[in-house]
Design a binder for this molecule. Sequence first.
Ligand SMILES: Cc1cc2nc3c(=O)[nH]c(=O)nc-3n(C[C@H](O)[C@H](O)[C@H](O)COP(=O)(O)OP(=O)(O)OC[C@H]3O[C@@H](n4cnc5c(N)ncnc54)[C@H](O)[C@@H]3O)c2cc1C
Length: 387
Amino acid sequence: MDFALSEEQKMFRDTLRDFVNKEIRPVAQEWEASGRYPTEIVEGMKQLGLFGLTVPEEYGGLGVDMVSFALVFEEISKGWMGIAGILGSHSLACWMINKHGTEEQKARLLPDLAAGRRRTGIGLTEPGAGTDLQGISTTARLEGDHYIVNGSKTWITNARYADPLPVLVKTDPTAEPAHKGMSVLLVDAGTPGFTVSRDLPKLGYKGTESCEITLENVRVPKENLLGGVEGRGMQQVLGGLEVGRINVAARSLGIAQASYDEALGYAAQREAFGKPIHDFQAVQLKIAEMAIKVQASRLLVYWAAAQADAGHRVDMEAGMAKTFASEAAMECALTSMQVHGGYGYSKEFVVERLFRDAPLMSIGEGTNDIMRTVIAKALTSGKGTIG
Ligand SMILES: Cc1cc2nc3c(=O)[nH]c(=O)nc-3n(C[C@H](O)[C@H](O)[C@H](O)COP(=O)(O)OP(=O)(O)OC[C@H]3O[C@@H](n4cnc5c(N)ncnc54)[C@H](O)[C@@H]3O)c2cc1C
C-alpha cells in the first residue's frame, strides 16, 4: 500500500501552492473584508488552466484525475476558501456538460468554458426546495422550438458570471415520480426575463457571489436542453454532485489544514509564563487533536478521489469524506481560535475567517445529515461496504 502522490501530482500541487502563496494569501484578508471581487486571481486561474479541470484535453481542458482535482480545492482553500467557490460549481457544470451534453453542446461550450472565456455555475436550489430537489417549482413549457421558463432560484454561486447557467426545471410538472419530469436547461446570460436579482448577505464564503435569480417567461432554445432528451435532469445533476462532494470535502481539508498551520505557528511564537505556549500540555493536546483530524480527513478525501479515478461510483466514499472533513474543518477552526486566545477573535488574524468559512462545508452539495443517509443507504443495500 502506497499513500504517496505520483510525481506528476506532486508537481501539480507545488505549482498550485506557489500560486496560492503568491497570488491569494497576500490579498485574502483585505479583499475578503472589503468584499472586492478577486478579478486578478480569476485571471491567474485562467492562466493555469484551472477552469478546464473537468474538461477533456480534446476541448482544451486539463482533464485532471480526481486526486489532482481534490488537490486544487485543498490548496486554494488553505489560502482562501471563497476563491475555490469560483471554480467549484463551474467545474461541476463542465463535468455535467461533458458527460451528458450533446456533441453540439460540447463543441459549442467546452472550449470557452475550459479557457475561462465563459464561466458557469449550477442553478438547483429554490426558496422552497433545497435538499428536496424533486419539490422545485420552476417550470419549462415547450412552445415551438423554445422552452418558456418561469420560477426562481436562490443561493446560486457565480450567478453574475455564469453564461450559460445550467438550471434544473420541471419539463413535465405532472410526472410521477417527479424526477421523471425534470430536465436541465442551459440558460444564456442576458436572455430577457433572466434576472440576477440580489446578492445574499452571508457569514463567510466572500469573494464569490451567491445570488437570487428570477426567471420570467425566459425563452430558452430547444437545443439548450442538456443532452437533448427531457426527463434526465435529476440523474445528470446527481452524477455532478458526486464530483461536487469531492470538491467540498477537499475544501474542508484545506480549511482544517490551514487552521492547524495557524495554531502550530502561533503556539511556537506566543509566550506565556516565560515560555512558548506550545510547551503547555493543554495546548499540545489541541495540536495533536487537530493533526489527527486533518490527516484522517486527508486519507478519506484522497481515498474517495482515488476510487472515482478507478471508475467506481463514489456516493458513499465522497459522502464519508465530505461529512468527516467538513466536521473536522469546523472543529479545527474552533480549536485553532482557542489556541490563539483573544487574537483568534480578531479580524486581523486568519483564523477568524477560517471559523466563518468552515460551516458552509457541512451544508453545500448536500447537508451532512443527507450525506449520512446516503452512506447508510449504500451500506444497508449492500452497494457500499467497508473493511
Ligand atoms: C453559500 C451558499 C452557496 C450555495 N451555492 C449553491 C449553488 O451554487 N447552487 C445551488 O443550486 N445551491 C446552492 N446552495 C444551496 C445549498 O445546496 C442548499 O442550501 C442545501 O442543499 C440545503 O438546502 P436548503 O438550504 O433548502 O435546506 P433544507 O433542505 O430546507 O434543509 C434544512 C434542514 O433539514 C434537513 N433535512 C431536509 N431533508 C431531510 C431529510 N430527508 N432527512 C434528514 N434531514 C433532512 C437538512 O439536513 C437541514 O438540516 C448554496 C448554499 C449556500 C449557503
